[in-house]
Structure formats: structure tokens, C-alpha cells
Design a protein around this ligand. Structure first.
Ligand code: DQA
Length: 146
């Protein structure tokens, strides 16, 4: 059975109440439940983690090697700053789908740069919470078809 990690970064624990006009009203718990049930419907194991700390996210990416077949990563604001996360992805050689609830390309200029994109197999952004299940399907298609 394939296994995937859904990894969320800083401030995403506040989903539901954080800037709902941008990020919607769905909570992280709801998103994680949906990810697990969607993965299960496709016979895939799904583990969800969230941290506000860059090093903990790096550790989670390292720990995924040999345990998971791929990662859905919403790195939050670290997307735009973290060479460490980019290097972690490259080092583990696991396929990563970059995910954002908002369309980062239609927002402030500083959100247009993504270090994650340089190491990810692709990016899904702008579809709100639905993006997570789209990202799971994209990752599974990649794992099935190479
Ligand atoms: C985000 C976009 C980032 O720019 C922002 O810092 C976040 C959330 C998103 O899901 O739209 O924390 O990753």
C-alpha cells in the first residue's frame, strides 16, 4: 500500500479563523480528515503533520524517506524563504507536490518566489481546501505513471 505525508507549515494550524477571506473557513482538522478519507478511498495511507518550526519541517521531510512514497507540502510563508526546505526535498529525493490554498501568483510580489517549486514535481494553488485532494490525486498519478 502506498503511503503519503501531508505536511503543513507555519500558521496553517489557524485555518478556519485566519484571514478567512483569503484562506477560507475550513479548519486544518477538516482538511486532514478529508485527506485521510480521500487517500483511503484510493487505497493509500495518509499521515498528516503540521509545524510552525522550519527545522521540524526539515526533520519531517527527512523522516519521510523510506516511510512515505511522496509528500504534499504547504510550507506556508517558508515557501518564499526556505532554502533549507528546498534542500531537504532534493536530499530525500521523494516526489513533493507544492500546495497553497491561495493563488500565490496573484498576491504580493514576495509570494511569487517559491523555493519549494524549484524542488517539487508540481504546484497546485488557488483552489482553497479542495487543492489538498487535487494534490493527492496529482501525486498518485505521478507515482502510478512515473
Ligand atoms: C499559503 C500562502 C503563503 O504565502 C502564506 O504565507 C501562507 C499560506 C497558502 O496556503 O495560500 O501561510 O501557503
Amino acid at each position: 500500500m502506498s503511503s503519503i505525508l501531508v505536511l503543513n507549515g507555519p500558521n496553517l494550524n489557524l485555518l478556519g479563523t485566519r484571514q478567512p477571506e483569503i484562506y477560507g473557513t475550513t479548519t486544518l482538522n477538516d482538511i486532514e480528515d478529508k485527506c485521510v478519507s480521500h487517500a483511503k478511498s484510493r487505497d493509500v495511507r495518509c499521515v498528516c503533520l503540521q509545524s510552525n518550526h522550519e527545522g521540524a519541517l526539515v526533520d519531517a521531510i527527512h523522516a519521510a524517506r523510506g516511510v512515505h512514497d511522496g509528500i504534499i507540502l504547504n510550507a506556508g510563508a517558508y515557501t518564499h524563504t526556505s532554502i533549507a526546505l528546498m534542500d531537504a526535498i532534493v536530499s530525500t529525493e521523494l516526489p513533493v507536490v507544492e500546495l497553497h490554498l491561495s493563488n500565490i501568483h496573484a498576491r504580493e510580489d514576495f509570494r511569487h518566489t517559491s523555493y519549494i517549486a524549484k524542488a517539487a514535481i508540481g504546484q497546485i494553488c488557488g483552489f482553497g481546501a479542495v487543492g489538498y485532494t487535487l494534490a493527492i490525486d496529482a501525486l498518485l498519478a505521478h507515482l502510478e505513471n512515473g
